[in-house]
Design a protein around this ligand. Structure first.
Ligand SMILES: NC(=O)c1ccc[n+]([C@@H]2O[C@H](COP(=O)([O-])OP(=O)(O)OC[C@H]3O[C@@H](n4cnc5c(N)ncnc54)[C@H](OP(=O)(O)O)[C@@H]3O)[C@@H](O)[C@H]2O)c1
Length: 283
């Protein structure tokens, strides 16, 4: 039996779909804080169990009887170390045979401030002694594609990534990788650096948006504070604007680049090309 936390989220749902192609639904557990969000999965035979990272008792009950557990990192930045610790402790109490964790690309050396919580979680996992596999996920291409409508509206793609090359991949690619290793043997002790096969600068992304849309779009590189101010002006909450601006600065230092192609090896196909995702986004 395989348990997936955060199964109601965008990545979690894709992991469940990928697992459903490999396993009977009854062997899959969607561990979620809001079971009503995944009523559709329950209707398809997936076991749905309540599991809130802030309620340790719910975690122990959710993991009972499972062989493997995928901990999808939480979305409440700043609270995640305590939340992940609760999941790791519950996994240990439940006797989980393999813990998989979605970390961040090059967690140990990443220049992105976001990496700190992942690095600490990886340490907690090591200290727990649980057999574990770490998926150091790179950036989702969807993060940058979210900025396409504004780029088309204003003719400018804003960012702070400079000439940093970004080897992003589709959420679907990372989800298939998680499902692949959860259904393979001999994963304990492995650390995967997962990223897209192709990398691009934000200048190149702006060029591709212009090419595909037929509209003039140029990249404008901004200092971190100006980019954050632009994101706040566009209505983003402060926490998210800070995170995106500092992550772009991390990208300018190479933090979102990797050319090891471990992701495509794991999923047995090339990663989804950004140009294809952009075509869909523009359609
Ligand atoms: N690599 C990247 O580019 C990138 C980008 C963004 C995020 N991430 C990380 O990857 C994770 C998955 O990405 P995503 O796109 O699937 O994010 P998402 O759609 O926001 O999903 C987050 C999931 O975490 C669940 N969750 C949040 N707090 C929880 C809690 N206290 N207890 C139990 N579950 C909780 C959410 O439950 P609800 O459905 O109830 O809200 C949801 O299922 C994120 O949480 C974040 O750590 C990575």
């Amino acid at each position: 039996m395989i348990v997936v936390t955060g199964a109601s989220g965008q990545l979690g749902r894709l992991v469940i779909e990928a697992l459903l192609k490999k396993l009977p639904a009854g062997e899959i557990v969607a561990a979620v804080r809001n079971p009503e969000k995944v009523a559709d999965l329950a209707a398809r035979g997936v076991q749905v169990r309540p599991a809130d990272y802030n309620q340790p008792d719910s975690l122990v009950a959710a993991f009972a009887g499972a062989d493997k557990l995928l901990l999808i990192s939480g979305s409440e930045v700043g609270s995640r170390v305590a939340q992940h610790r609760a999941v790791i402790d519950a996994a240990k109490a439940a006797g989980i045979g393999l813990l998989a964790y979605t970390s961040i690309l090059h967690a140990a050396t990443s220049p992105l401030p976001l990496a700190a919580e992942h690095k600490e979680t990886e340490s907690l996992i090591r200290a727990s002694g649980l057999p574990a596999v770490i998926l150091r996920n790179g950036w989702y291409s969807e993060n940058y594609l979210a900025g396409v409508p504004a780029a088309l509206q204003y003719g400018v793609l804003l960012g702070s990534a400079g000439e940093g090359r970004i080897a992003s991949a589709a959420r679907l690619d990372y989800a298939e990788a998680a499902a692949a290793l959860l259904t393979q043997d001999n994963q304990a002790g492995r650390i995967y650096e997962l990223a897209g096969d192709e990398a691009y600068t934000l200048g190149e992304l702006a060029g591709e948006i212009a090419k595909q849309s037929g509209k003039a779009v140029a990249y404008q590189n901004l200092p971190e504070s100006d980019f954050k101010a632009a994101l706040l002006g566009a209505g983003l909450p402060d926490g998210l604007a800070t995170l995106l601006a500092e992550s772009d600065v991390g990208a300018s230092k190479g933090g979102l680049f990797d050319d090891g192609r471990q992701l495509s090896q794991l999923i047995g196909r090339p990663t989804t090309p950004l140009v294809e995702q952009l075509k869909l986004a523009l359609a």
